[in-house]
Design a protein around this ligand. Structure first.
Ligand SMILES: Nc1ncnc2c1ncn2[C@@H]1O[C@H](COP(=O)(O)OP(=O)(O)OP(=O)(O)O)[C@@H](O)[C@H]1O
Ligand SMILES: [Mg+2]
Length: 256
């Protein structure tokens, strides 16, 4: 059984089929790339998987359980978390506080939190701090823990955003264009972080326009065009796929 499975997932916006009967699977410890021209439906697909929006038809199964239409917190609780295409940290908080806040927000919505409050137990402050420090190390931000988030360079911000999402201890992390606007070493540090997650057995789904990054990192890639999955395979197969090349050239012409 796949860790995540999409069956015929479809979303329409006033006549435009943004995601059209998409089938896909994801295994534990895998990095799956989602590529396609602008407007192909990639972010919409993430919205549907993460519970930010609901599909008109089709099913989404997480660990064999149907999570279709569940709200985002419930999906996060079951181990699937996403980052947003444009997201900002709390600028006037430290890097460490940004990660802690993400953890509190997650914990505070869970049943364990209510049970603890009722019992007057509040002993996980130090556990959360230890976990936050551990995640900052993992993200290569250990030395930045006490810096103001607003003072971080772009590349560090993106990794902070991922560290925040990891406070939910996800089995699956969805990242939407994490490398947009990043260059050289920043892209390498981001890639290294995502590979470390894979090495720990976490699965990653990444939307990215940086094809060199995608090709170098992903185990498998799916390609969307006008909401339809037009190809799926290993990076080497996708690079030479006629339909994929045609879709990218076609869109370049449409946009010219
Ligand atoms: N909330 C919405 N209301 C109406 N149409 C929408 C909405 N969200 C997305 N769309 C439309 O759905 C289609 C897919 O958009 P989506 O944002 O998923 O594309 P994308 O592949 O993420 O593109 P990009 O690479 O530019 O981020 C587009 O035609 C878009 O205009
Ligand atoms: Mg998008």
């Amino acid at each position: 059984m796949a860790l995540l499975e999409l069956r015929g997932v479809t979303k329409t916006f006033s006549g435009v089929v943004a995601v059209n009967a998409v089938d896909a699977t994801l295994e534990a410890g895998e990095i799956l790339g989602v590529i396609g021209p602008n407007g192909a439906g990639k972010t919409t697909l993430f919205n549907l998987i993460s519970g930010f929006d609901r599909p008109q038809s089709g099913h989404i199964l997480l660990g064999g359980h149907d999570i279709t239409g569940l709200p985002m917190v419930q999906v996060a609780r079951r181990g699937l978390v996403r980052t947003f295409q444009r997201s900002l940290p709390f600028e006037s908080m430290s890097v460490l506080e940004n990660v802690l806040v993400a953890g509190y927000a997650f914990e505070a919505s869970g049943p364990r939190h209510f049970a603890r409050r009722w019992l007057g137990i509040n002993n996980d402050e130090s556990t959360s701090r230890a976990q936050a420090h551990e995640l900052l190390e993992l993200a290569g931000l250990g030395a930045r823990a006490n810096s103001m988030a607003g003072a971080l360079p772009q590349g560090d911000r993106r990794r902070l955003e991922i560290a925040r999402a990891l406070m939910c201890r996800p089995r699956i992390l969805l990242v939407d264009e994490p490398a947009a606007g990043l260059y050289g070493q920043e892209v390498e540090m981001l890639t290294a972080l995502l590979k470390r997650l894979r090495a720990q057995g976490q699965a990653v789904v990444i939307i990215e326009h940086d094809l060199a990054m995608i090709m170098g990192m992903c185990d498998r890639i799916i390609v969307l065009d006008h909401g339809v999955k037009i190809a799926e395979g290993a990076p080497a197969e996708i690079q030479h796929n006629e339909a994929v090349i045609a879709a990218y050239i076609g869109r370049a012409k449409e946009n010219a």
